[in-house]
Design a protein around this ligand. Sequence first.
Ligand SMILES: *Cc1c(COP(=O)(O)O)cnc(C)c1O
Length: 388
Amino acid sequence: MTQYLMNTYARLPVALVKGRGAWVWDVDGKSYLDMVSGIAVCSLGHCHPDVVKAVSEQAENLFHCSNLYRIPQQEQLAELIVNNAFDGRVFFCNSGAEANEAAIKLSRRYCNERKQGAAKIIAMEGSFHGRTLATVAATGQAKFRQGFDPIPSGFEIVPYGNVDALIDAIDEETGAIMLEPIQGESGVHVPPEGYLRQVRKICDEHGLLLILDEVQTGMARTGRFFAYMYEGAEPDIMTMAKALANGFPVGAMVAKPFVADAFTPGSHASTFGGNPLAMSAGIATISTIVKDNIVEKSLQQGMYLMHGLDELKEVHPCIQEVRGKGLMVGVDFDTDISSFPVDGLGKGILLNVIKGRILRLVPPLIISSREIDQAIEMIDDILKDNGL
Ligand SMILES: *Cc1c(COP(=O)(O)O)cnc(C)c1O
């Protein structure tokens, strides 16, 4: 019964109880091809054997012990993250919002200590950084702040992808710039080529910290381990979560040592953050991404998917644009497609629609070409059924 749940989600009328690879099953045994992955979370597919094994084995030994003690699995996962990103120090938490909250706190702490309190953060229109009060303040979409006043101050929002507007917004109060390499939640918006590199340069010229939110774009989703790598725009602080442990709730913030130094024992903490059970899932996930060359798979299958969608665009003029990188793909329609998630349930496919006219496709990165063909076919059928 849903009557005991707080009414915060508009849920689809299906209960999923089992998953394998790119497929999930509902309580009645009906199968669905999963083009959502729990919103870019289960990148290795559902119940990946390496992750299941790691979590099961760890569950037999120790779930939790607190950061009052050394946690070897945390040290191991931090090393894996750093080896696949840049030289830095890692803080573990339990979600994307928490990782961004930690990034905002670290940035402020650094700016208060080393930049005479110039701690204002410039963030972007159309961004999404989470649902805590500070992260909705950094989120450049008014609907997420609606009714939650007083909203924390210290943020300024500028248009995404616009270098001149960004430079104009910088003043003596500014300490950092925070953005997603590709905006996910608002509809898979890819900024102009060279933008990230220019933002990095602006940060260097003005002595600002670059905070990249790779919560959705990280962990091979875009066809690079992290999306900043497309332009070599190494951030000073970076956050990740979603796919980091393939569905186990783990978030992380990594910062270059000169910034990370601003946190000392007691500055920030999390009871659950980095517990052995969560870390075992993260270690298995990153190890598998590396071992199975998932970055390359994401890139290849992403091109295959976008090619199929481009072909669909030829026969369905309601499709305006197909865009994305790797397996983070957005399809713009000139008409309302808000029935697609329900239509998809009928066909046996999970689909996510943003703002009633953008189809966001973020399937597991292990999806096969055959499965992508099936997805395209089902989307084609749904379009035809709707007279589109
Ligand atoms: C999903 C998302 C978040 C929030 O993550 P939660 O785990 O839901 O708190 C933050 N930033 C980006 C870019 C996201 O896609």
